[in-house]
Write a protein that binds this ligand. Structure first.
Ligand code: C5P
Length: 218
């Protein structure tokens, strides 16, 4: 039998990271945070002063990304960049380089390689549409822009960053537009995806819903 994949896609701050991690923990599956790969590439580019439109230089960077995932920690070379890649500046740069086909291609194999027994929960924008189109279960997690801005605000404050709700809402809407209107791998529910609006749900309620969908088709 093939190794099962649960693909969880959705807009920024929809809660997909938290939900995907908890679903993976409950099932004992591996977890792929595909957004982290775009963030790592972006961080690396910002530090090296590479232009965010220089697609070939960026693809080269992405293809040779010296990253490793150790539990909850993400390393770039020897450096722990778990917190650094969550900065808004890095998220915005990530969404700018994510429109570039050569960058997406450079990260393709890395993502496929994460599918290992006993299973994988992968979160991102194109897990169900492009990377794992044959995923056993596809979920599209969404929430209102206001609910998402509020969640992102709490996340940033908890991590010691400063934040303004107004700026966050604007950033989020700009990033939604860029992610869903781009030509390559735009953000949209995959065919056959279960759509879940989490505006009025806790993360644990969303986790239970995903697990019950998976239990039915397993
Ligand atoms: O999910 P996260 O906010 O960490 O992703 C950062 C950016 O990376 C997103 O705004 C999106 O532009 C890009 N991304 C993508 N495809 C993925 C995951 C993330 O284009 N599978």
């Amino acid at each position: 039998p093939s190794i099962p994949v649960i693909a969880i896609d959705g807009p920024t701050a929809s809660g997909k990271g938290t939900v995907a991690q908890r679903v993976a923990a409950r099932l004992g599956f591996h977890y792929l945070d595909s957004g982290a790969l775009y963030r790592l590439t972006a961080l690396s580019a910002l530090r090296k002063g590479i232009d965010l439109g220089a697609e070939h230089a960026l693809a080269k960077l992405a293809a040779a990304l010296p990253c490793s995932f150790q539990g909850e920690h993400i390393l770039l070379g020897q450096e722990d960049v778990t917190a650094a890649i969550r900065a808004e500046e890095v998220g915005n740069a990530a969404s700018q380089i994510a429109i570039l086909t050569p960058v997406r291609k450079a990260l393709y194999g890395l993502q496929l390689g994460c599918r290992k027994a006993p299973g994988l929960v992968a979160d991102g924008r194109d897990m169900g549409t492009v990377i794992f189109p044959h995923a056993r279960l596809k979920v599209f997690l969404t929430a209102s822009a206001e609910a998402r801005a509020e969640r992102r605000y709490k996340q940033l404050i908890d991590k010691g960053f400063s934040a303004s709700m107004d700026d966050l809402l604007k950033d989020l809407q700009a990033r939604d537009a860029r992610d869903s209107q781009r030509e390559v791998a735009p953000l949209k529910p995959a065919e056959g995806a279960n759509v879940l609006d989490t505006s009025d749900m806790t993360a644990d309620q969303a986790v239970e819903q995903v697990l019950s969908w998976f239990a039915v088709i397993k």
